[in-house]
Write a protein that binds this ligand. Structure first.
Ligand SMILES: *Cc1c(COP(=O)(O)O)cnc(C)c1O
Length: 389
């Protein structure tokens, strides 16, 4: 079975990890800050705070932006659970904005309408978390304008999107947001095993995220609350934080991967361009690419409409899996998971997200997917559809 995604590990990656294993440090030592600096330079943000996952990074980002009980977070329903769970971890509530059917990112128009209503009922969100689905940026300029008008903070969930661009600038620059979060899970663009990073240009937010990542502890005399600090004991817990630290072992792998990110992303773009070309005659739809964006193509979904091709999503899924093509579904709308239904969300809440959920299938896309294998996948898709046309 050809999977929908797979990591690319080089001999240099292996050597980088082994080098850390032979060093004095295993957990957060000198390599983690080096990784933070390299990612910051790559995407043009002032600060990067590494964590043991993007989920942890989202959590500390929410905390650093002051989210707590009674707070409100809005995000996309078409995402991995972590984009919404981070709000619940803080005791805040979460709500969802339906997607734009062209890009399947949150609809700016629906966001604007919902904000107008929320202002009237005094239920404005504290934080909005746009998700750059499949590696394509949301319309950040418009979201930033709404943030200024309605007074909310913005965390970009760019777990899919390192290496992508918006209006010519690297995703992660935080030009249009308070924080941007990357994931380095193995199926993502670059990996550190498990890992994530929160980017920001705000000095205080960066310090707060670093503190929450590590038990709420500070070793900076200026941040200590009991003064004078005269003891040999030189750190204080000033907030309640967590152990969300990344290890040097993971950071070493991340740095080594970052060195070839441009080639990893261009391989993905080449795979996507070939799918665009090969699938153009078939009754399936690829995601529209907004001209302001350059996607890093974490995923390449197609939409299957039974009314157009006589085959259901399930038919195509079964037929392709039967032919060794490991298609997958991203995602079930977050609010349809039992935990969220338990919070009161009902089927039908976000129409476009539910339509996408019943049509989308992610095709295999990863840097090592050979042209030959890709032609085999396309051939299988043709056979499956031609059986019905
Ligand atoms: C993968 C993913 C996450 C979580 O990333 P982890 O590093 O596994 O915690 C969050 N949001 C989105 C959109 C993701 O795809």
């Amino acid at each position: 079975m050809i999977p929908y995604g797979r990591q690319n590990i080089s001999e240099a990656d292996i050597a980088a990890v082994v080098e850390v294993l032979r060093s004095d440090w295993l957990t957060q030592g000198p390599v983690v800050p080096r990784f933070e600096e390299k990612i910051s330079n790559y995407c043009g943000a002032k600060y990067g705070v590494a964590a043991n996952s993007a989920t942890s990074a989202l959590h500390v980002a929410c905390m650093a932006l002051g989210l707590g009980p009674g707070g409100r977070v809005w995000t996309s329903p078409m995402t991995f659970l972590a984009s919404a769970n981070c709000a619940l971890y803080c005791g805040a509530s979460v709500d969802f904005i339906d997607i734009d059917p062209r890009t399947c990112n949150i609809s700016v128009e629906k966001l604007a309408n919902k904000l107008v209503n929320a202002k009237r009922t005094r239920q404005l969100p504290n934080i909005v978390i746009p998700v750059h689905l499949c590696g394509q940026s949301c319309e950040m300029d418009a979201i930033d304008a709404l943030a200024k008008e309605f007074g909310f903070r913005v965390i970009e969930d760019a777990s899919h999107a390192i290496g992508g661009k918006y209006r010519g600038e690297a995703i992660g620059s935080c030009k249009y947001s308070d924080v941007t979060v990357f994931s380095f899970h193995p199926v993502k663009i670059i990996t550190s095993g498990e890992g994530g990073m929160a980017m920001t240009n705000d000095d205080c937010v960066a310090k707060a995220m670093a503190r929450y990542r590590s038990h709420g502890v500070t070793a900076e005399p200026a941040a200590m609350q009991v003064r004078p600090v005269t003891e040999i004991w030189n750190y204080q817990q000033v907030d309640l934080g967590f152990n969300y630290r990344m290890t040097d072992i993971h950071a070493a792998l991340g740095i080594s991967q970052l060195e070839r990110i441009d080639s990893l992303v261009s391989c993905r773009r080449a795979v996507a361009a070939r799918y665009d070309d090969f699938l153009s005659d078939l009754p399936v739809h690829s995601l529209w690419q907004h001209p302001d964006t350059a996607s890093s193509f974490h995923l390449y979904p197609i939409r299957v409409r039974e009314s157009e091709c006589g085959l259901s999503q399930r038919d195509v899924y079964n037929a392709l899996r039967g032919r060794g093509v490991g298609v997958n579904l991203h995602y079930i709308p977050v609010y349809l998971h039992p935990h969220y239904e338990g919070l009161g969300f009902k089927r039908g809440y976000c129409e476009e997200a539910e339509r996408y959920f019943h049509e989308a299938l992610s095709l295999p896309i990863f840097p090592d997917l050979s042209e030959e294998d890709q032609l085999g996948i396309v051939n299988s898709i043709q056979v499956v559809f031609e059986g019905r046309l």
